[in-house]
Design a protein around this ligand. Structure first.
Ligand SMILES: *Cc1c(COP(=O)(O)O)cnc(C)c1O
Length: 420
């Protein structure tokens, strides 16, 4: 997380003091470093410069218009999983011909919206979905460019809630039935099967599962061509992991070399859908210490951020680094604390027995590596206002999602006439 460093005793995002952001916007607040977003994308683009690759940023990692816009200006396409995300991608300036629509359950309204926008490709995950898409396309008088997402039955070696490439997962078309699915596609008037898609999971920290999946997908392209299908696109999904703690994910260069090795000679347009790898380490969640409470066996740091703002620790047992915004001195006392939020759930815990320089009420903490699957998963549980977001550029920052006030939050509910 090189964009987040201590300068003159205070943690900064680029040249902006996080204490200043917290004072101006309040806490909790997400803060993203624009330079880190750009660096992440440029590293990917550079590693794949000599391959026929489209980089379609997976919006579900972080779909704020300012984040997507930052990547779009550098040339990124988009991988979207809902009409809402597609609208965000278009609004942020991603051209339709760089948008891929993924997802296991697209509605017919979403298919219509995607076909009307004229996007690059729809990734279809089942035979009923293929038939529905064909019907929608025929109604519109168009032919939908389609990749079938196949399930290669490969263990991604990641947390079970973010593994997607096993037979028992809900995703994709069973690999052994792929040829029948393409045969059906060839008979349907509204779809043209132009590609094969795979995506085996998220936060992968080794190349081996990628290699196995890419090889299977490449082999399938050849088989399908043998069956007479004109397949010229191969979508390899996302999933490249990042460092939260001491993981050693593959470098982008090694990942690129693997893609080259496993797809060589196919002559396919390769689509990649990185999400986390582009944004995960470009953001922190800033939170203020409310209380330090001594329990019988443990001490708790109660902060003003909670699981509704960042759910990864409760949902995936995820580990996030935590740094004090005011730099601690080498001799400061460091003791283990449980860092918890105020929500009425035991799962509302950010860290267990974490060694921290003894915090005081009012201190600011930065929860690291929170750029991906952070703000996008936030809710208003416990009627807590949706967490705001800030984007930094050099020495400036802008609020890219304001905190709703309580009146706005309550106004979302409508009281029926019989209670008025
Ligand atoms: C979630 C998802 C991605 C992005 O995954 P990351 O691990 O964030 O890179 C890409 N493609 C599909 C189909 C997804 O569901």
């Amino acid at each position: 997380m090189t964009a987040f460093t201590y300068r003159s005793g205070g943690l900064h995002a680029e040249a902006v003091s996080l204490a200043q952001v917290a004072d101006a916007v309040g806490t909790p607040v997400y803060c993203y470093a624009g330079s880190a977003l750009a660096e992440g994308y440029r590293a990917f683009a550079a590693a794949f410069a000599d391959q026929n690759v489209g980089i379609c940023y997976a919006l579900k990692a972080n779909s704020n218009l300012a984040v997507v816009g930052t990547l779009a200006r550098l040339g990124a396409g988009a991988d979207v999983v809902s009409e809402g995300e597609m609208r965000r991608a278009l609004a942020a300036g991603v051209p339709p011909e760089r948008i891929v629509f993924s997802g296991v359950g697209k509605t017919q309204a979403e298919m219509k919206a995607a076909l009307t926008a004229g996007i690059f490709q729809l990734n279809v995950e089942s035979l009923p979905e293929l038939e529905a898409l064909s019907a929608v396309a025929v109604d519109l008088g168009v032919v939908a460019p389609v990749a079938l997402r196949v399930n290669p039955d490969i263990d991604a070696g990641t947390h079970h809630k973010i593994a997607t490439g096993r037979k028992e997962n809900k995703f994709g078309i069973d690999f052994d039935h792929a040829r029948e699915a393409y045969a059906l596609a060839a008979r349907l008037p509204g779809v043209r099967a132009v590609g094969v898609a795979v995506h085996i999971g998220s936060q992968l920290t080794s190349l081996a599962p990628f290699r196995a999946a890419f090889k299977k997908a490449a082999h399938l392209v050849e088989t399908l061509r043998g069956d007479g299908h004109a397949i010229d696109r191969l979508d390899l999904g996302g999933g490249l992991g990042i460092v939260y703690r001491e993981e050693t994910p593959p470098s982008v260069a090694d990942y690129a070399a693997l893609v080259a090795e496993t797809t060589r000679g196919l002559g396919c347009r390769i689509v990649l859908e990185p999400g986390r790898a582009l944004v995960g380490n470009a953001g922190v969640l800033l939170t203020r210490v409310l209380y330090v409470k001594a329990g019988l066996h443990r001490r708790f740091v109660i902060v003003d951020a909670a699981m509704n703002d960042l759910i990864r620790p409760s949902l995936y047992e995820a580990w996030h680094g935590i740094l004090p915004v005011a730099e601690s001195a080498p001799g400061d006392l460091v003791e283990p604390f449980d860092v918890v939020g105020p929500v009425c759930e035991t799962g509302d815990t950010f860290a267990v027995q974490r060694p921290l320089a003894v915090p005081q009420p009012g201190d600011l903490l930065a929860i690291l590596s929170a750029g991906a699957y952070g703000a996008v998963m936030a809710s208003t549980y416990n009627t807590r206002p949706l967490v705001p977001e800030v984007l930094v550029k050099d020495d400036q920052f802008a609020i890219i999602r304001p905190r709703l006030d309580y009146a706005e939050l309550l106004a979302l509910d409508h009281v029926p006439p019989w209670l008025a």
